[in-house]
Design a protein around this ligand. Structure first.
Ligand code: OSB
Ligand code: MG
Length: 366
């Protein structure tokens, strides 16, 4: 496939409500979109980097710089997604930037041959059950109201963001209010250390599905030690940046569940490798999120339809994030989102909406 040109487009989208995690508060998304133009079709990719390096070392300006300076010039004039991935592999890190480029190329390639991303990846379902990630709030009553709203909308699983000082109390309150049948999990975004093991063991009483990334990004060994001291299953997010990391974490007993975010691990092809590896080891998977627009969400929903994704993902409806999404909105029906069936990622940005939220565009010809 000939790559004629690549457009980097920055957009700004306010979130419907501030989203607070242990690493910071987001009030808007500053998103870098990639559009790949080929003679046969165009393809889209969304870079999930946030605008500050708080979740991982990547950030939006850095991803744009890596793309324009190193990644895009390294792409062969003719490439499919596999070849593009190989050409980018010599550059260390920058996985979110690589993932966005590779996804845009994969989208163009699949659109050209009229195959959906779900079909290409090996999806076995037409719709996926959805959870929702609930930020840290100023008070427990405010949290209970938020959770009540999401449960009423039909979300089948609730994830509470936690940090030291906002953990046992909110979890106890949600468990008491919504009962033992609510699928409930927590995400610490690396806010604890192994010295907090006794406090984290206090969560064992609440029947949580999992605790996500309690310790630092590079603490895989410490996660294994923690796993021996608490009964809540450990799920890794930030620590897993590749299939090799997944293999190491599984071998060490650092996690029994993995949150797969294609951007974090360098793309959907690598996500499929993690899927196959985890499935062979009986490690459960779910698809995470990075507050994506409809472009990123479409691809995530396709991935979440693979058979190894046995837990509900953070693939929430468009309205959980944005008043107006850049694609036709993803809507929750009976707690599920439909997997797009059209070619490629199966959705397109609405041109007028896209233009309205665009803050800059940059065209890189080849
Ligand atoms: O840790 O899963 C996370 C959002 C941004 C960065 C990191 C995380 C999150 C979420 C929200 O939890 C997931 C979503 O709904 O997109
Ligand atoms: Mg997480």
């Amino acid at each position: 496939m000939k790559i004629t040109g690549i457009e980097l487009r920055r957009i700004a989208l306010p979130l419907v409500a501030p989203f607070r995690t242990s690493f910071g508060t987001e009030t808007a998304r500053d998103v870098l979109l990639v559009r790949v133009v080929t003679p046969e079709a165009e393809g889209w990719g969304e870079c999930v980097a946030m605008n500050r390096p708080l979740y991982s070392p990547e950030y939006t300006d850095g991803a744009a710089e890596a793309m324009r300076r190193f990644l895009v010039p390294a792409l062969p004039a003719h490439a499919d997604a596999q070849a593009a991935g190989r050409a980018l592999a010599r550059f260390k890190g920058h996985r979110m930037a690589k993932a966005a480029l590779e996804t845009a190329i994969l989208d163009a390639q699949l659109r050209a041959r009229r195959e959906s991303l779900g079909s290409y990846l090996g999806a076995t379902r037409e719709r996926v059950p959805c959870g929702v990630s609930v930020g840290i709030m100023d008070s427990v009553p405010e949290l209970l109201d938020a959770v009540e709203g999401y449960v009423a909308e039909g979300y089948v699983r609730i994830k509470l963001k936690i940090e030291p000082g906002w953990d046992l109390e909110p979890v106890r309150a949600v468990r008491e209010r919504f009962g033992p049948d609510l699928l409930l999990q927590v995400d610490a975004n690396a806010a604890y250390t192994l010295a907090d093991a006794p406090r984290l063991a206090g969560l064992d009483a609440f029947g949580l599905l999992l605790i996500e990334q309690p310790l630092a990004n590079d603490d895989i060994v410490q996660h294994a030690a923690l796993a021996r001291r608490i009964s809540t299953p450990i799920c890794l997010d930030e620590s897993i940046e590749s299939a090799e990391h997944a293999a190491a974490a599984i071998t060490l007993g650092a996690c029994s569940i993995i949150n797969v975010k294609p951007g974090r691990i360098g793309g959907y092809l690598e996500a499929r490798r993690v899927h196959d590896l985890a499935r062979a080891h009986g490690v459960a998977l779910w698809c995470g999120g990075m507050l994506e627009t409809g472009v990123g969400r479409a691809a995530n929903v396709a991935l979440a339809a693979l058979p190894g994704f046995t837990l509900p993902g953070d693939t929430s409806a468009s309205r959980r994030y944005f008043a107006t999404d850049i694609t036709p909105p993803f809507e929750l029906r009976d707690g599920h989102l439909d997997v797009p069936a059209g070619p490629g990622i199966g959705v397109d940005p609405v041109p007028e909406i896209l233009d309205e939220v665009t803050t800059s565009t940059e065209w890189i010809t080849r």
